[in-house]
Design a protein around this ligand. Sequence first.
Ligand code: GAR
Length: 199
Amino acid sequence: MPADPRREPVAVFISGTGSNMAALLYASRMEPCPYEIALVASNNPAAPGLALAAAEGVPTFALSHRGLTRHEHDAAMGKAAERHGARWIALAGYMRVLGSAFVDAWAGRILNIHPSLLPLYKGLDTHARALAAGDREAGCSVHLVTAELDDGEVIAQARVAVLPGDTADSLARRVLIAEHQLYPRALARFVGTARAEGC
Ligand code: GAR
């Protein structure tokens, strides 16, 4: 499908299920939306989200990181994004740390969704850590990606209650629903604002 010049092209990087990618994709098909998904790319050729994207007619790219340096893998992912005309990258369950060369090349144009209320619980096992700390609320954050893990400016957050009897799995499911609502809105607002400002 030819790129729509009225919309900002986004490459979505995934590693697994891709439910956030799907939320971004389906939201992009609602009018008006200032972005479109130009590519779904993965370091995991078996990622279920790749098959979903392909079934929805979205171009896909897969390259395992195994046997490649971080720099080589990042560069190949970035080239794929460029080939498909992407101006933005949305990380959606992309379980790879991006090297500083890649982050510098796309500075200010990479967003990530993280399943915690940053700056709390950077890294993995966010829900188990929130429960162990006795937190009464949890949530998710959309942030700009920098070379430091889960450390860039937070542009949007959503909160959910921690309920009695919650496990890490039940909390993760509730937070994931919030992620699906938050990420499309945050991405649309961010790229829409940048476009309006002529960035
Ligand atoms: C989501 O919960 C996302 O926030 C998290 O992985 C899950 C991916 O689910 N990302 C991270 O933990 C990144 N540090 P999905 O593949 O169904 O979108």
